[in-house]
Design a protein around this ligand. Structure first.
Ligand code: HEC
Ligand code: HEC
Length: 329
């Protein structure tokens, strides 16, 4: 018996350590590793975001004549001219192209999702792409200087925020936002200009008048991008500079979605609800059958892994008892 205990003790210790490590790694995996290149400057990220929104507005120059050459590869989005030159028009305010909000509706182009890609490319690779290295038609080097191209690449590589799981793709409402926190942020930072009811500033977008409340409901991703990074030519306080978390941005969006919309906005007219792949929200109510099944599988998997952990704990306890009994002899 003693021998068995002596023999088994190191293995038991190892097993215990492995269990601890496994529990720890579940936490650790959620953090992204620090950037391997030099830490990007905040001004570059904010300027990159403004360039992504509208590079000619950010640089204060006139947009090129005619359509961006790549534009002719699609016919579903009937906008033309300056809009066709904007990164946001082709790749979306959610950066997810055809995989995101612009996967359907009048903005649909079928152009690619930058979210998974940008993080995996180096700054040089992204810049090369913007200079037409892979596709001669995707060449902005005649309009954007090296500094602007690096700023764009820096923004894309380090600062994209994925809100997919937090915005209902059909109702466009924020999922799980903290309304009270959003209201507190709104009243302290935004109401001075946009007024308590969001009607302090009227926006004119594609021939339609809208207020903050209407924009928040019609295009939550544009609202988020501009709330976090600003809009060219204004001196708005921005979430990025205020140190807001992604959740802070969504909280303020959730509150803005409750503000009065005012007269002219017709929901769904310019922005048909998109139909991206269903993303189940753990624990949330299922929207459809597939989501229900996926949620079920998720719950089952979670339960199974708890059961395994529990069992492991039990085994360790059992062995400890055996050891103790062994000592007594
Ligand atoms: C007219 C639509 C259009 C505009 C405007 C546009 N893109 Fe693209 N972009 C595309 C298409 C289509 C592709 C994939 C095919 C290709 O590379 O040309 C692409 C590819 C990319 C890629 C590389 C993806 C890969 O597969 O490697 C990056 C990065 C990118 N775009 C960033 C930008 C940025 C930044 C801007 C704004 C300066 C921008 N794009 C403007 C249509 C556009
Ligand atoms: C100093 C005044 C000021 C403050 C404070 C301010 N904004 Fe703005 N905001 C503006 C101006 C000016 C515009 C541009 C209006 C236009 O484009 O016609 C704007 C535009 C916007 C837009 C873009 C609208 C569009 O057409 O896409 C959003 C979103 C926005 N503000 C949200 C906010 C939020 C959220 C806050 C609080 C965190 C805030 N703003 C605080 C002045 C302000």
């Amino acid at each position: 018996m003693r021998r068995l205990v002596k023999f088994a003790t190191p293995f038991l210790l190892l097993a215990g350590l492995a269990l601890l490590a496994a529990a720890g790694s579940v936490q650790a995996q959620e953090q992204t590793p620090p950037p391997e290149e030099q830490i990007p400057a905040d001004e570059d990220i904010v300027q990159g975001a403004l360039l992504y929104d509208s590079w000619f507005a950010a640089l204060g120059v006139l947009p090129p004549e005619g359509n961006m050459p790549v534009w002719s590869r699609q016919s579903t989005n009937t906008r033309s001219g300056p809009d066709s030159w904007r990164c946001a028009e082709c790749h979306g305010w959610d950066y997810r192209g055809a995989q995101g909000a612009y996967g359907a509706g009048s903005h649909y182009t079928g152009f690619p999702d930058l979210m998974p890609l940008a993080a995996s490319l180096s700054i040089d690779e992204i810049v090369a792409h913007l200079q037409g290295a892979n596709d001669p038609a995707h060449d902005f080097s005649g309009y954007l200087d090296d500094q602007a191209l690096v700023q764009l690449a820096t923004f894309l590589k380090y600062s994209l925020i994925d809100d997919t799981l937090y915005i209902n793709p059909v109702s466009l409402q924020v999922i799980g936002g903290d309304m009270d926190h959003g209201q507190a942020l709104y009243e302290s930072t935004c109401a001075a200009c946009h007024a308590d009811d969001g009607k302090g500033i009227l926006f004119r977008t594609e021939g339609v008048n809208e207020y903050l409340g209407s924009l928040a409901l019609r295009d939550p991703w544009r609202f988020l991008h501009r709330t976090r990074f600003g809009t060219a030519g204004t001196s708005m306080p921005i979430g990025y500079a205020l140190g807001w978390t992604p959740a802070d941005g969504r909280d303020i969006l959730a509150y803005a979605q409750t503000l009065p919309t005012g007269g002219e906005i017709v929901l769904g007219e310019q922005f048909a609800p998109p139909a991206p792949e269903p993303m189940p929200v753990p624990g949330g109510p299922a929207e459809n059958f597939l989501e229900g099944v996926l949620t079920g599988i998720g719950v089952f998997a979670a339960a199974l892994s708890y059961a395994i952990l529990f069992l492991g704990g039990f085994l360790v306890l059992g062995f400890l008892v055996v050891i103790l009994l062994g000592r007594r002899k």
